[in-house]
Each structure stands twice: as C-alpha cells, then as structure tokens.
Design a protein around this ligand. Structure first.
Ligand SMILES: Cc1cc2nc3c(=O)[nH]c(=O)nc-3n(C[C@H](O)[C@H](O)[C@H](O)COP(=O)(O)OP(=O)(O)OC[C@H]3O[C@@H](n4cnc5c(N)ncnc54)[C@H](O)[C@@H]3O)c2cc1C
Length: 250
C-alpha cells in the first residue's frame, strides 16, 4: 500500500460560498488520483513548532486533475477553520496528505439508484460525487440520483447556484432542500428536520435505494441512517461520514 506522505500545496483560489463557508482551491506539488468521497488531512505548523491537523473532504470531481477543492465551514472557536477563513491567502503553501478513505467513496461504475443525504458542510463529499456524476454524462451506467440537503437557512446553502443548475431536463437527478431554521416567503422546499416522511418522498422518486451516502454532524448522520434502515434500506448499502460533534441535526 502507498505510504501517504505530507506534501506542500499552493492556494490558487478562494471562493466565498456563504457567510460561514469558503472554498479553497489547492494545487498539490504531486497529483494523486482519488475517488469522490475521499478526504485529505491538512496540517498547520506554528512558528514554535506546534502542529494541528484536521480532515477535509475533497469537493471537486476526480476528473478535475491538478487542483483539489476543499470547502471549509468556520467554527469560530476552532483551531484550523478560523485560520483558513481569516489568515490563508492566495499563493500560500499548505501541508496536505491524502487522498484518504475507502468506504465512503462512490463512482459511476458502483451504480445506484443513488441517494445522497447531507447536513450543513456534509454536502462537501456528496458534491464531489455529484460533480463526478456530471462529468460522466456520456456513461450509460449513470444512475438515477436524488440529493436531500439540510441547511439552517437559505443563506447557509453551500453551492446553491451549482445545485440549482444540476437537474437539466434530460437529467435523472433531483435535488431537494430542507431549511431547519426558517424559510423565505414562497419557499417550496421542506422546512423541518429530516424525518421519515421526507425520506420516503425523496426515496420514492428513485423507486428503490441501491446505495446511500449520508454526511454531516454526528447526530444528523445517526438519525438519518436509522430512518433509512427503518425504511428497509439494507445497512450494507448505507455509507456514512461524520464531520463533528455538533447537535442532532444541521
Ligand atoms: C473525514 C472528515 C472530513 C471532513 N470534511 C470537512 C469538510 O469538508 N468541511 C468542513 O468544514 N469540515 C470537515 N470536517 C471537520 C473538520 O475536520 C474539523 O473538525 C472542523 O473544521 C473543525 O476544526 P477546527 O480546528 O476549526 O475546530 P476544533 O478546534 O477541532 O474544534 C473547536 C470546537 O468546535 C467543535 N467542533 C469541531 N468540529 C465541529 C464541526 N464540524 N461542527 C461543529 N462543531 C465542531 C469542537 O467540539 C470544539 O468545541 C471533516 C471531518 C472529517 C472527520
């Protein structure tokens, strides 16, 4: 097995996604192919030698070679995410190590129907899967896909425009939002925490769930995985990734 070495990556672009979320395009000095869903470790070293590292999912598609996109939510009392939001600039060098992760990966060849359920920044690895699926437009294996994405408010929806543009008329993909802390007037999506009825409605559009990927805060992932199992989705076809220790849902 390849030993995963630390390497330098250069920050090429910074994109403001929402008031609390930014994306960072990093060009690693050595390119390693990856699968959608994998992550990198990012390490910071202070002048006194103190080091801290955290994991960040890859947001870009594996086809987008040469540059890795990471999307980082600001945790105000955190160590690493405030550094990214307040200190990192274009041209900076960052230490990264990856790609890492096996079970939480998907490629078009793995099939479907594909159900993706994300809470907050848990959308990031699911976005890599959706971008990969879009890149595979010519593939006859491209499965029917549904995304259920839970955000606090409309302003917190990451990649909103790109998600809005994903379901072209010929597409067998549907995108469903739920807003848990207030919806704007005229909102036609869901406006409550993910529940059994919501999952049933989204899953029914797929006919059956071949494979499901859930990502978000610990409590969110646990709740949603339980709901899927209660609906009859086999545990082996449910893949989960937990980002952090926050409350029951995004
Ligand atoms: C496999 C994997 C992939 C990840 N991918 C992403 C990603 O794509 N984007 C992203 O923004 N984060 C991602 N995370 C979370 C990330 O690794 C960090 O935990 C997060 O950025 C907080 O780090 P920090 O140093 O800023 O805060 P810390 O110093 O670690 O924590 C500060 C405080 O915030 C709490 N906290 C830590 N993490 C979270 C969280 N996620 N939500 C709420 N409270 C938290 C801690 O309990 C503590 O009280 C991922 C985690 C894993 C395990």
């Amino acid at each position: 097995m390849r030993r995963i070495e630390w390497q330098a990556a250069t920050v090429e672009q910074i994109t403001v996604e929402t008031p609390r979320v930014k994306s960072f395009s990093l060009r690693p000095s050595r390119w390693h192919p990856f699968r959608a869903g994998q992550h990198y470790d990012i390490r910071l070293t202070a002048p006194d030698g103190y080091q801290a590292q955290r994991s960040y999912s890859i947001a870009s598609a594996p086809e987008n070679q040469g540059v890795l996109d990471f999307t980082i939510e600001l945790i105000p009392d955190g160590e690493i995410s405030p550094f990214f939001h307040q200190v990192v600039e274009i041209g900076d060098q960052i230490e990264i190590r990856g790609p890492i992760g096996g079970p939480f990966t998907w490629s078009v060849a793995d099939g479907g129907p594909l159900l993706l359920i994300g809470g907050g920044s848990g959308i990031v690895p699911l976005m890599s899967m959706l971008r990969h699926r879009r890149e595979a437009a010519e593939s006859p294996d491209r499965p029917d896909t549904a995304l259920l994405y839970s955000s606090r408010t409309m302003a917190d929806v990451i990649y909103r425009r790109e998600l809005d543009e994903m379901p072209a008329p010929e597409e067998t993909i549907s995108i469903h939002h739920t807003l848990t802390r207030g919806a704007p007037p005229g909102w036609r999506g869901y406006s409550r925490r993910v529940d059994a009825e919501m999952i049933a409605e989204v899953a029914d559009l797929l006919g059956s769930v071949g494979v499901a990927y859930i990502c978000g805060p610990d409590g969110f992932v646990e709740t949603v995985a339980d709901l899927l199992v209660a609906r009859g989705v086999t545990p082996e076809s449910i893949h989960t990734e937990r980002f952090g220790p926050s409350g029951p849902q995004a």
